[in-house]
Design a protein around this ligand. Sequence first.
Ligand code: FES
Ligand code: FES
Length: 230
Amino acid sequence: MTSEFDLWTENDVPSGQIGKTLIFTRTSRRRFLVQVTAAIAAFTLGPRFLALAQAAAAGATKTADLSTHDAVNVRLKINGKDYAIDQLDPRVTVLDLLRERLHLTGSKKGCDHGQCGACTVLINGRRVNSCLTLAVVNDGAEITTIEGLANGKQLHPMQAAFIKHDGFQCGYCTPGQICSAVALVKEGHAKDDAQIREWMSGNICRCGAYTNILAAIKEARDQSGAAVKG
Ligand code: FES
Ligand code: FES
């Protein structure tokens, strides 16, 4: 039985039809929509779209080509514990190493492009977007993640302050916010509200908990004795 889409292709248009009326079958209609969508995307994104497609294709090839002699051994101290990671793909980021290989999933992957701060960890005391740095580059480094801030069951003062001041809603950005805030206070960049806002600006909170995050950081700062009257 013929449905409303189950009609003719261009070549099948009856002789009585005027011009090049296109009447699609179900299949050709779907294919047409896919092609149009791809064309619009290519036109809109232009060279960037093509470059991304080529990079993706090149990446796929490279992954397939990785041989064991390309793999590296990396030594890290993470949250006070020594890790010997052998046969690591040199293209693995610190974030992926933490989450996928060591199962330390406290550090979150938000954008994977250095734009949200959800993956912030401390490397040799400095806050770093762990999605942007390769594990092999940090061979021998000391890393502190959100899992390493508490002292046993006793929360770090910054963690306690975030809870007290409701410094989160969904909590996805929170590990990065807290790691960043701990370093911020140590850096001496928590003198006043404006400075805290500026130096925390790399940590995005899509829930918009900024007011409470600010209050939490100020309280932890004051408790640590790091307050500097601005
Ligand atoms: S996941 Fe690293 S900055 Fe967003
Ligand atoms: S608490 Fe949800 S993104 Fe920050």
